[in-house]
Design a protein around this ligand. Structure first.
Ligand code: ASP
Ligand code: MG
Length: 238
């Protein structure tokens, strides 16, 4: 049985119809015998709308309170997605970043992940449940709710991939792949058949939007670490 992480961005869950369509896809993946972790972003422009609300009542926007506010976006999607799955006869449970045990430093709005505990996710998967996780957020070493920067649901997905020892990651977004330029701006942009980690890192670093820079950095770091461990094991054998 494979463990698959599927990440759905804001456009993919922007309205009830799309949430239902995603739930169909998740149910399909689960019914084919896979374990599934779903990471969701806030619906459509929900995060922008929350920021606009804060702008209209606060000049100071304290980091702690902004994170209390912004984490609600993903929580809404996670709860709705889970209900839609349960309606399809799929056992499912939603979790916030804090419930997953995504432990971060204390830098509100740009927190860095220190550790992913993931015990509740492992437990629920072993009970046959689909785990639906609110992206973008964690809990700090001071037990406060944190967010990890705009677009950071990608980071939640890549952090889970490496802490859960998954077999595949699928990132669903509003374009069909990684392009040579943003296809919404440059119509001649070409879709790349394959992208090397280093190229993706360079593109994300230069401001390409398709994957959040920190999610790619983390993937590169973890992959290098895995290669180093494998090389060390091989060296020992010989
Ligand atoms: N909802 C957050 C944002 O808009 C995180 C994400 O979508 O990945 O930045
Ligand atoms: Mg994104």
């Amino acid at each position: 049985m494979a463990l698959i992480v599927q990440k759905y961005g804001g456009t993919s869950v922007a309205d009830p119809d799309r949430i239902n369509a995603v739930a169909d896809n998740v149910a399909f993946t689960k019914k084919r015998g896979n374990d599934v972790i779903v990471v969701v972003s806030a619906m459509g422009k929900a995060t922008d709308n929350l920021i606009a609300l804060a702008d209209s009542v606060s000049r100071t926007q304290p980091g702690r309170e902004m994170d209390m506010l912004l984490t609600t976006g993903e929580r809404v999607t996670a709860a709705l997605m889970t209900m839609a799955l349960i309606d399809r006869g799929i056992e499912a449970i939603s979790f916030t970043g804090s419930q997953v045990g995504i432990i971060t430093d204390t830098a509100h709005r740009k927190a860095k992940i220190i550790e992913v505990k993931g015990d509740r996710v492992r437990q629920s998967l072993s009970e046959g449940k689909v785990c639906v996780i609110a992206g973008f957020q964690g809990v700090s070493t001071d037990k406060e709710v944190t967010t990890m920067g705009r677009g950071a649901s990608d980071l939640t997905a890549s952090a889970l991939v490496f802490s859960m020892d998954t077999d595949a990651t699928e990132i669903y977004t509003d374009v069909t792949g990684v392009f040579t330029a943003d296809p919404r701006i440059v119509p001649q942009a070409r879709k790349l058949a394959k992208v090397h980690f280093d190229e993706m890192l360079e593109m994300a670093g230069a401001g390409s939007k398709v994957l959040a820079l920190r999610s790619v950095e983390r993937s590169v770091e973890e992959t290098r670490a895995k290669i180093a461990i494998a090389a060390a094991a091989l060296a020992k054998e010989h």
